[in-house]
Design a protein around this ligand. Structure first.
Ligand SMILES: *Cc1c(COP(=O)(O)O)cnc(C)c1O
Length: 467
């Protein structure tokens, strides 16, 4: 055998087109796409032959079935999406890498209807003329928070940029040194301020800032007082920060707007559900903030968005800023946001139907039941593994509540025939992409972030990988 005779054994495109399995695909894919794919796959075999070493030539043969299989696989992959559903078994509820908050199933029809049909997005039905896309959120935000006005942009980073660019361009903004945070590696408060044209005036020290530090820095060029909720880290020990109520009194005294970047947008006091107290949007406004900004897809549990609420006089100015056009959100975001806000009209409903809140408020009993169910399902398969239910900790994630480790139940697996990291890799790459942690040399599935309808899939994939 030599390479020349191997080349002569390569099937022609015509031959493969006459294969039964390939013929069956003509209805599904265009002829051109099929021919191109066949050509590419034959070419791959040709390249493989070219690269054969002399000693490999005699044992090499052209596996026709495998070639057909490859062609079909390549055809299927042309239409498969790169952005895919995964199973989050990490226990990190607001997992930025895995898409942050999940929208509620109960809003999907509302959102799809708006996405696939014409709407009154910027059309005032009463007047029969042009309207504002932000008007759709005004009534519901007023009802939920008491705020006079609302504006929504692409994300909270954009919200902070727009607020500063509108109210403080070329002027000074006073902020505590302890609040000059970086979030998610790319959002740095000092950098955003620079971009907006505002001049940063840092006051206090990293661990202590007093109200008199702010007051001493105020001058005729001061535009606003900013408070940033340090949502992804906390300074412990000898500390002093100025609360938004104290800052608001100072703002009124000097007629300066007070802005709070809250980060996560809580509408519900979650300390009622056993979590640590975090300031809510309503608290911030009640305590006197003139403008509050927060994310749509952190604890709020909505789509990615930056929500700016507060005094109408300031928000009207922001709407006129040219940047607003560049940062504007589309109808999908507005539809998902309005529908998510509506769930909050009834707190019990929000807790039950907003997945982020639901996952954060599972009771110990609910978590135990979930863990036992999955444990039993896996156990039934009699796999060659060590399987246990253990106590563990989940995280809120998304830079929210950094020190808050919430007790959970985890399933731990130690496979006997492959390594833990091999198991992790195979489950991550399998059709259903299960993302979990390895801890203490065990594969750890936190049931908090796994939906019950995903249990069967996990079992199926475990069987596939370990059989
Ligand atoms: C998360 C966060 C941001 C950035 O919000 P995005 O919606 O991710 O742009 C800004 N400020 C604070 C305090 C945050 O926690």
């Amino acid at each position: 055998m030599n390479k020349k005779s191997l080349f002569s054994q390569l099937p022609s495109v015509e031959e493969i087109l006459n294969n039964k399995k390939i013929m069956g695909l003509i209805e599904k894919y265009s002829r051109n796409l099929i021919v191109d794919t066949i050509r590419d796959c034959i070419d791959d075999v040709r390249k493989r032959i070219i690269s054969l070493k002399d000693c490999e030539i005699d044992t090499f043969y052209i596996d026709y079935d495998k070639l057909i299989e490859n062609i079909i696989k390549n055809l299927e992959s042309v239409y498969s999406l790169s952005l895919k559903k995964v199973i989050n078994a990490t226990g990190v509820v607001i997992h930025t890498n895995l898409g942050r908050s999940l929208l509620s199933d109960s809003i999907k029809e509302d959102v799809w209807k708006i996405a696939s049909r014409y709407t009154n997005l910027e059309y005032d039905l009463e007047l029969g003329q042009r309207g504002s896309r932000y008007s759709h959120l005004e009534d519901i935000i007023k009802k939920l928070t008491g705020a006079e006005s609302v504006l929504v942009v692409n994300n909270n980073a954009a919200a902070v940029l727009l607020v500063l660019s509108t109210l403080a361009n070329g002027k000074e903004v006073i902020v505590s040194r302890g609040e000059l945070v970086e979030i998610g590696g790319s959002f740095r408060i000092p950098k955003v301020m620079e971009q907006s044209g505002a001049i940063l005036r840092e006051v206090g020290t990293t661990n202590k800032t007093h109200i008199k530090d702010y007051e001493e820095e105020i001058n005729e060029n001061t535009a606003l007082l900013l408070k940033v909720h340090t949502s992804n880290y906390r300074i412990l020990g000898f500390t002093k920060t100025v609360d938004i109520d104290e800052l608001s009194i100072l703002g009124k005294k000097y007629n300066l707007p007070v802005v709070e970047d809250l980060g996560s947008g809580l509408f519900i006091d979650i300390s009622r559900y056993g979590l640590k107290y975090e300031p809510t949007v309503i608290d911030s406004l009640k305590k006197g903030a003139d403008i509050v900004t927060f994310s749509g897809d952190k604890i709020l549990g909505g789509p990615q968005a930056g929500i700016i609420i507060g005094k109408k006089e300031y928000i009207e100015k922001m709407k006129k800023n040219q940047l607003t056009r560049a940062l504007r959100v589309d109808k999908l975001t507005i539809a998902a946001l309005e529908a998510t806000f509506k769930l909050y009209l009834d707190e019990n409903r929000a807790i039950k139907e907003v997945p982020t809140l639901r996952m954060l408020t599972f009771t110990a009993d609910e978590l135990s039941k979930k863990a036992e169910k999955l444990y039993n399902m896996i156990k039934n398969e009699k796999l060659d593994i060590d399987l246990n239910i253990e106590d563990g900790y989940s995280q809120v994630g998304g830079g929210s509540m950094p020190l808050e480790n919430i007790k959970t139940k985890v399933i731990t697996i130690i496979p006997k025939r492959i390594s833990v990291s091999e198991l992790e890799r195979k489950l991550r790459l399998c059709e259903n992409h299960i993302i979990a942690r390895i801890y203490d040399n065990k594969y750890v599935i936190d049931v908090r972030t796994v939906f019950e309808d995903e249990f069967e899939i996990i079992v199926k994939e475990l069987v596939n990988v370990l059989k």
